[in-house]
Design a protein around this ligand. Structure first.
Ligand SMILES: N[C@@H](CCC(=O)N[C@@H](CS)C(=O)NCC(=O)O)C(=O)O
Length: 217
């Protein structure tokens, strides 16, 4: 049994699980994934056996339990410093933390109106003004990170890190709902979609049998 287990929800719908799983993949450490089907009878009780918040993702590393995507990212960055989960330079790291926190606490309209659904055939959905404003803010912060800090690679701070993991589900939403975006944002979405761990997760999501009606909009 691996020393690390990540408890996650349905790969098709659980955007917070995808974030933490991508961070963990970036460490290169061996781990086991335990998928807990969400929003079915008994799922809350099962989650509570592994996550005191009653939500996924949660990480078990030996005797240590960490829950909540951003806390998991911080724990992994400390535990696996060579993984480069945060940028090395302090100004870039401060910016990466800011945009990651902004994702973690914000973009409620985008998240509510365009639920992650990796299996969805890309089809447009009418966007409210609030969702359009969220999309514009995301595209602006992506552009700023790429221009100022992204010269070393295709991701927000060059190499793939926590900030990219935090925004990967937004990429999936923009694609699933065929949201119009500018060429720079589209290039960043392409980079995420080419990232092998993202592809691995998306392929697994497509094979999942569980369906949650609430998220099939
Ligand atoms: N702030 C948390 C959010 C976690 C969250 O909302 N997880 C959802 C799945 S994406 C969940 O566990 N839902 C199950 C439930 O509430 O019963 C994080 O960043 O990890």
């Amino acid at each position: 049994m691996a020393d690390i287990t990540i408890y996650i929800g349905n790969k098709n719908y659980s955007s917070w699980s995808l974030r933490a799983w991508l961070m963990l993949k970036q460490t290169g450490a061996p781990f086991e994934s335990d998928v807990i089907p969400l929003y079915v009878p008994g799922s809350k009780e099962t989650i509570l056996k592994h996550s005191p918040s009653g939500k996924v993702p949660a990480l078990r590393h030996g005797d240590v339990t960490v829950w909540d995507s951003l806390a998991i990212g911080e724990y992994l960055a400390e535990t696996f410093p060579k993984a480069g989960l945060w940028p090395t330079a302090s100004v870039a790291r401060a910016r990466a933390r800011s945009v990651s926190a902004e994702m973690h606490s914000g973009f409620a309209n985008l998240r509510r109106n365009l639920p992650m659904n990796l299996r969805r055939k890309p089809t447009p959905r009418p966007l409210t003004d609030e969702v359009t404003a969220d999309v514009a803010r995301v595209a602006a912060l992506w552009r700023d990170c790429r221009q100022r800090f992204g010269s070393g690679g295709p991701f927000l701070f060059g190499a793939f890190g926590i900030a990219d993991a935090m925004y990967a589900p937004v990429v999936s939403r923009l694609r699933s709902y065929a949201v119009p975006i500018d060429p720079d944002a589209a290039a960043y979405c392409d980079a995420i979609e080419r990232h092998p761990p993202y592809r691995e997760w998306a392929a697994a999501a497509k094979d999942e049998p569980m369906t949650v009606a609430e998220f099939e909009v």
